[in-house]
Every structure is written in structure tokens, then in C-alpha cells.
Design a binder for this molecule. Structure first.
Ligand code: GCB
Length: 582
């Protein structure tokens, strides 16, 4: 299902704003008839996590109920009506006027339910959403794994095993939108380059029962071309050649537009949809990552969707600010650690030329997750949803299918191979990786992947306070990794906590000086290796996590504070990265 769009065939109504809200402390709201009427004691902002909006909800990880009423214009009566939630953590159930219309599992991807038969036109419609945010071993990312030896486990409270706060709530926009009865349901665009020509393939999905003509056009510099096909059935495929193609890249993130129009037998327009795309290719050749056939080195960060008060809620202002800082510091790329980011983030990245490694929410898998098929199938479903949503974004240049799973366990071999094959079968145009935090010589999963991603904390968790030694060991380990695997390497995490305002000379752990020295020295070590394709500092900004003795309220590995002020390391990286781009 495509992102909602407003045009002469489609309407879009935002339901962002204040919703009635009630925490379901006893988990019995459904039995008490809450889908019919919510006994709400407060109003809450959407989209945003509930935790930081009210003190009593900070550590509430149960089910939260949202309710909102909306009257609809009768002019929309002949259309199909859909409800889309950009994301909600974790298990969502939606009712319209008391009738359940759908459920969705998963925290970071959108879900859409058709509600045409449930809306009323003679008064307000009540929309109710229950979001169950419990942390559990069979959720993604998994938490609460008891009696397991967790690789890299650093101990957290509450009892989740990933190092970011398990925020609950509706985190991305809620939208009502219409489509005509017959409509464009899907578009998938792939591009290749032949000399100066762009080869564009468009696969268009159509709703069941459509009969008529489908006109597909491309708009862009020096290119205006249009193909009309009589379409009956579920899809059409169209190929275009774009002469003198303007290739999408960070220096010139040029976007073309593909417009699809459906017309009936009388030539009347039934539906239309415009999909932006970039003409570009990504590949691995030997030890190089190639964008449009040219080597590129990924400089930037792992980051989080995290901001004071919003929690994991999306805000256009925070996205704009973060891109502003990424450009100021000279980063060309990020990894969406540790889950798929919002559509809005990716669209912004398309326009501003930021390269993105899109990551799944599979953090810290342990042996028990590899047994049986329950988690494997769930993980495959998430990969499918992620690729379907993001496939047309030129900014997404690679997929990361997991962060720091136990890849020493023998069962990890088949499990990660299956994930790789699944993702490749859905998208063979992007390289795929998983992120390793264990001894690569004993790792059983990395061999299946196109390039190697390493999280390494020499000088922090290991060799703490001994930066010279940390740097030496990092260098040796990188060389050994390449010797063993013979694949290009990106260091997806390296860094140190620094509490803004703490200065120590000579540098010691937790000071701004120590962090600045570590990230700049280690960046240079990584950059100089002939087989590396990138170095991402952990992390872009400080972020909220669980309470542990190793965190000073938040994880302080940001080179910006949580409210986006630069630490010393930000200035040093800016100087380093601007020298490089000269
Ligand atoms: C890691 C994890 C990341 C943590 C980071 C840390 O290896 O991938 O999620 O936040 O270490 O700061 O410990």
C-alpha cells in the first residue's frame, strides 16, 4: 500500500493532534467496553510516545488506549476509506465505531486498514486504538529473555535487553485517506545505468477488478515520456529509457517523478499517483562500495529516533534539525539503528542526498530465537514490510538485517542465511549486511552477507581509558577480520560516552576530550584501511535508555547532546570531515 497522497482523485485527513487517552492498568479495557467509549482521564499528543508526556506513564509498558472522533464530508461518500498508522509500539488493535477493523504487530512500520464499510456519514466516527507496549522475548526487538547468556549484555532496567528506551505509543502520523473504488495499489521502481542512459522499470499494482487504461509517465530533466497500456488485472509493467540521466547521488540528489493515471473507457481519470524516485545503482565490487559505479566511503553515524518529550514520536522539526546538523558536520550517511525510521525521514534523505543503511528491529537475538520457526517467520514478515515500504527510496543503499545477535551459536548459521535469502528474493538491487559484535573468526553468519558491519568499542568497554592500546587493537582486529572474511568492512559503531560539560586534561573516560580524541583517532584508523567502506560513530546524539550504572541518565555516546547541542567531538569531526571533502 502506497503512502497517502492528496490530489484530485484522493483525499487525506490528518488525525495528528490530541487524542483521549487511558492507560489500561488492569489490561481489561476490551471487556469493559472501551472500544465503544473510552473512560479517558486525559488528552495526549499524537504522534509521540506516552512516557514523557505524563510522569506517571514514564515506566508504563502496558496497553494504552487512544480515542478520537471525526466527522467526514459527504463528498467522500463514493470513495474507499482507509486508516493508516505510521507506526505504534508494539501490538495495535483498531476499532471504528466499536467494530474491530484490524490488528498489527510490530513497532516501526506502518499499517493500513480499509474502513469503508464501517464509517458513518450522519455524525461523528469514533476511532479507537489500543497499543500494547509490553516487552517480551517473542517481540522484535526481543526483551525479557531469561536465563540466557546475552552477548554484549550490559544489564538494563526495566528488564529489556536492548540499549534504548522501550517507549510506548503511537509514534508516527495517523491518517485517514481515500482512494477511488479502483486504484493504484503499489508501485515499484528499479533503475539501471547504461552509459549515460537510465533504464527504469516500473511495476504497478492495481486494485482487483480494474479495467481501463493505465498511463505511466516520467517527468524530470530532459525527460518526459509516457506509455499507455490497457490494463485488466492485478499489475502492469512498463520500461523507460531516460537519455542523459541525472544520477541520484549525495552531491546531486535529483528526483524524477513517475506518474500513474488510471482512466476508464470514456477517458475519465479514475485515479492518479505520483511516485518520486532516483536513478542510481549500488553494488559491491571487491572491497569497494559503488554508487553509480564510483567508490563511496560512508562517513556518519548510527542514530536513534529519540528526542525529549516526543520520545520516539516523529516531528518534522527534529528531522529538519538533524539533517541540518548532519550536513554541518559533513556526514554523508547514517544507519537507521536499530529499526526502520519514519517514511518522512527517508523522504527527506532522498531530497537531501543522505545515504541510508536501513535496519530491521532485530537487536540482540540469542540462541532461543533461532529455534523453531516462530521468530524466523516473524522476522521475515518484518523484512517484507520494510522492503515493501522503502524500496523506492534512492537514499536506501543497503539493508542491515540484524544488530548484535548471537552469531556464535551454530543455529545462527541457517537462521541468518534464511533472512539473507528472503531479503534478496525481495530486493536484489541493494547489498545486505548484519552487524557483528563477536569474534569474527568464530562468527557463523557473516559469511552469508555482502559486506561486514562491525561494532567495536576498543578504548571504551574494552581497554577503557587506554586509548593508545584501544586504537592498536582496533587496527589489528580490523585487519584480521578482512583476512578471515575477505569482504569489505564498515565499522558501524565505535565511540565513547561523554557528559557534556565534563572536561578533563589529560583526557579520561566520560570527558568531552576523551570522546573527541577517540572518535577522531579511530575514524582515521578505519578510513586508512584499504578494505573499509565506511565508519559510523556511535552515536549521533545522546539518547534515552534504561537505567544502569553505566549510563548517566541517558546513553552519552552522542556527539550531540539529546537536545542537539554539539560536544567537543562534533567540532573535531566537522574539522576532520571537512578536510576530507576538500
Ligand atoms: C552497542 C549497541 C548499541 C548500544 C551501544 C552502547 O553495541 O549496538 O545499541 O547503544 O553498543 O552504547 O553500548
Amino acid at each position: 500500500m502506497l503512502y497517502p497522497q492528496s490530489n484530485s482523485s484522493r483525499a487525506m485527513i490528518s488525525l495528528d493532534g490530541f487524542w483521549k487517552f487511558a492507560p489500561d492498568v488492569n489490561d481489561d479495557g476490551e471487556q469493559r467496553g472501551w472500544p465503544l467509549q473510552l473512560p479517558a482521564d486525559r488528552e495526549i499528543g499524537v504522534p509521540a510516545s506516552w512516557n514523557e508526556q505524563f510522569q506517571d506513564l514514564m515506566y508504563f509498558f502496558g496497553s494504552g488506549w487512544y480515542e478520537r472522533e471525526i466527522e467526514l464530508s459527504r463528498q467522500l461518500r463514493s470513495e474507499r476509506m482507509w486508516l493508516r498508522v505510521g507506526s505504534a509500539n508494539y501490538l495495535s488493535t483498531v476499532w471504528v465505531n466499536g467494530t474491530e477493523v484490524g490488528r498489527h504487530e510490530g513497532a516501526h512500520l506502518p499499517f493500513v486498514f480499509e474502513i469503508t464499510d464501517h464509517v458513518r456519514w450522519d455524525g461523528p466516527n469514533r476511532i479507537t486504538i489500543r497499543v500494547d507496549a509490553a516487552i517480551a522475548a517473542d517481540r522484535l526487538p526481543p526483551g525479557d529473555v531469561e536465563d540466557e547468556q546475552i552477548v554484549g549484555f550490559k544489564g538494563q532496567y526495566p528488564n529489556n535487553y536492548y540499549d534504548f528506551f522501550p517507549y510506548g505509543g503511537i509514534h508516527r502520523s495517523v491518517t485517514l485517506f481515500t482512494t477511488p473504488v479502483s486504484f493504484v495499489s503499489d508501485i515499484r521502481i528499479t533503475t539501471e545505468i547504461d552509459g549515460t542512459e537510465g533504464k527504469v522499470k516500473a511495476h504497478i499494482g492495481l486494485s482487483e477488478g480494474f479495467e481501463g487504461a493505465c498511463t505511466v509517465s516520467i517527468r524530470g530533466t530532459q525527460c518526459r515520456s509516457s506509455v499507455e497500456v490497457g490494463a485488466v488485472g492485478p499489475s502492469v509493467d512498463v520500461d523507460f529509457s531516460v537519455p542523459a540521466a541525472r544520477l541520484w547521488c549525495p552531491e546531486d540528489p535529483f528526483l524524477y517523478e513517475l506518474e500513474v493515471r488510471l482512466t476508464d473507457g470514456d477517458g475519465q481519470v479514475i485515479d492518479q499517483y505520483v511516485q518520486t524516485f532516483g536513478i542510481r545503482t549500488v553494488s559491491i565490487r571487491g572491497t569497494e562500495l559503488l554508487l553509480n559505479g564510483k567508490p563511496v566511503f560512508l562517513t556518519g553515524f548510527g542514530m536513534h529516533e529519540d528526542f525529549p518529550v516526543l520520545g520516539k514520536g516523529i516531528s518534522p522539526a527534529v528531522i529538519a534539525k538533524d539533517f541540518n546538523l548532519l550536513s554541518w558536520i559533513g556526514a554523508n550517511s547514517v544507519r537507521t539503528s536499530h529499526y526502520p525510521y519514519s517514511d518522512e525521514f527517508l523522504s527527506y534523505a532522498d531530497k537531501h542526498g543522505l545515504l541510508v543503511i536501513g535496519e530491521t528491529p532485530f537487536v540482540g537475538f540469542v540462541r532461543s530465537h533461532y529455534q523453531g520457526t516462530a521468530i524466523l517467520n516473524k522476522a521475515k514478515r518484518v523484512i517484507t514490510e520494510m522492503i515493501e515500504r522503502d524500496v523506492n527510496h534512492p537514499c536506501v543503499i543497503a539493508w542491515s538485517l540484524a544488530n548484535e545477535g548471537d552469531t556464535l551459536a551454530p543455529e545462527a548459521d541457517a537462521f541468518y542465511e534464511a533472512l539473507y535469502r528472503h531479503a534478496k528474493s525481495l530486493d536484489d538491487t541493494r547489498p545486505i549486511t548484519i552487524v557483528n559484535c563477536v569474534d569474527v573468526e568464530k562468527d557463523v553468519a557473516l559469511k552469508h552477507y555482502d559486506f561486514v558491519s562491525l561494532n567495536r568499542y576498543h578504548g571504551w568497554y574494552e581497554q577503557a581509558g587506554r586509548l593508545d592500546e584501544g586504537c592498536r587493537i582496533l587496527s589489528e582486529k580490523l585487519d584480521r577480520c578482512y583476512e578471515v572474511l575477505g569482504k569489505p568492512v564498515i565499522v558501524t559503531e565505535f565511540g565513547a560516552d561523554a557528559v557534556a560539560g565534563v572536561h578533563v586534561d589529560p583526557p579520561e573516560v566520560f570527558s568531552e576530550e576523551y570522546q573527541a580524541e577517540m572518535v577522531t583517532r579511530q575514524y582515521e584508523i578505519i578510513r586508512q584501511k584499504p578494505y573499509t567502506i565506511g565508519a559510523h560513530v556511535w552515536s549521533f546524539a545522546d539518547f534515552k535508555t534504561s537505567q544502569t550504572p553505566s549510563r548517566v541518565v541517558v546513553n552519552r555516546k552522542g556527539v550531540f547532546t539529546r537536545d542537539r547541542q554539539p560536544k567537543l567531538s562534533a567540532h573535531k569531526l566537522k574539522a576532520l570531515w571537512s578536510r576530507e571533502s576538500r
